[in-house]
Design a protein around this ligand. Structure first.
Ligand SMILES: NC(=O)c1ccc[n+]([C@@H]2O[C@H](COP(=O)([O-])OP(=O)(O)OC[C@H]3O[C@@H](n4cnc5c(N)ncnc54)[C@H](OP(=O)(O)O)[C@@H]3O)[C@@H](O)[C@H]2O)c1
Length: 265
């Protein structure tokens, strides 16, 4: 009988981590979930551990007896150089010492082409993974629907929505992204694997208009001119992978479900 795979998820409290935990359990993994502040309540299914990749707190304990790591810890709104670059380097060193068989690194489509500092840090983290002696897999996904939703929620109350309407993105349901990432959570490293994208490439104008229709908030959407190479990259669709439409849930379908469950609460 093949022994169960023991899998550590970093960033286990995050958007992706929350989607990965139940799927890993369902797939028969022994799941260790890491957070800087693990929940104190008992969780009979998942073993929670404390981990801070910034200073290495809990790294050795988190990696003990682990076969596979899904590294989803990240600081998109914080010090991503410290967390994503140096934290990943620290994790890799410890994973090497612990003889981990596969570190699955979750990255973002376009990190090598969009000159955004968070993306540059993700690319440096990818390189650290690729150059490490630890066997690894690098999987890039497009933006999650929930990420787009959160951004639109921040403008929703403003009387006029000034948005970079021509930006092109390809959002995906996080559960569908997690399903795709789960395929690589095996003892066999796969190297750089095909991108994971949502069903459609959409402009921000289209996404915002669908949000406006679904929420019934009547606001004009106007184009916010954004100069520079980062904006140009988003306009030209650099952060999309139209040949890799892995997800099937459209933005409108996801939005409908999200608003319905909010109304039931
Ligand atoms: N969001 C998207 O649209 C998207 C799209 C494609 C790819 N990705 C990638 O997918 C991964 C997960 O994204 P996400 O949206 O799930 O991120 P998220 O919701 O922001 O969660 C990030 C997680 O990182 C943990 N974390 C932050 N600093 C840490 C530290 N110093 N040490 C240990 N853990 C730390 C946080 O856990 P605690 O606070 O509990 O410690 C949190 O659970 C990221 O690498 C991201 O680049 C995201």
């Amino acid at each position: 009988m093949t022994p169960r795979t023991r899998t550590l998820v970093t960033g286990a409290t995050g958007t992706l981590g929350n989607a990965l935990r139940p799927r890993l359990l369902e797939a028969g993994h022994d799941v260790r979930a890491a957070s800087r502040s693990p929940p104190s309540a008992d969780d009979n299914d998942v073993e929670w551990v404390e981990l801070d990749v910034l200073d290495g707190t809990g790294l050795e304990e988190a990696l003990a007896d682990v076969d596979v790591v899904i590294h989803a810890a990240s600081a998109p709104r914080g010090d991503s150089e410290a967390v994503d670059v140096h934290g990943t380097e620290r994790l890799l060193e410890a994973a090497d010492d612990a003889d981990v068989e596969n570190v699955v690194y979750v990255s973002i489509v376009g990190v090598d082409e969009v000159p955004l500092s968070y993306y540059e840090h993700k690319r440096r983290a990818e390189r650290a993974v690729e150059d490490s002696s630890v066997p690894s897999t690098v999987v890039r996904a497009t933006q999650f629907h929930s990420f787009v939703f959160e951004l639109l929620e921040t403008v929703a109350r403003v009387p006029v929505w000034a948005l970079p309407t021509q930006f092109r993105i390809q959002p995906i349901d996080v559960g569908e992204a997690a399903d795709a990432i789960l395929e690589y959570a095996t003892r066999e490293p796969s190297g750089r694997v095909p991108d994971v994208g949502g069903p459609d490439v959409r402009t921000v104008r289209e996404l915002a208009a669908a949000y406006r229709d679904a929420t019934g908030v009547r606001r004009p959407i106007v184009r916010l001119p954004v100069p520079g190479s980062t904006a140009a990259a988003f306009r030209s669709g650099t952060a999309t992978c139209p040949d890799r439409t892995v997800g099937t849930t459209s933005w409108e379908e996801w939005l409908g479900g999200r608003l319905e469950s909010a109304a039931e609460r």
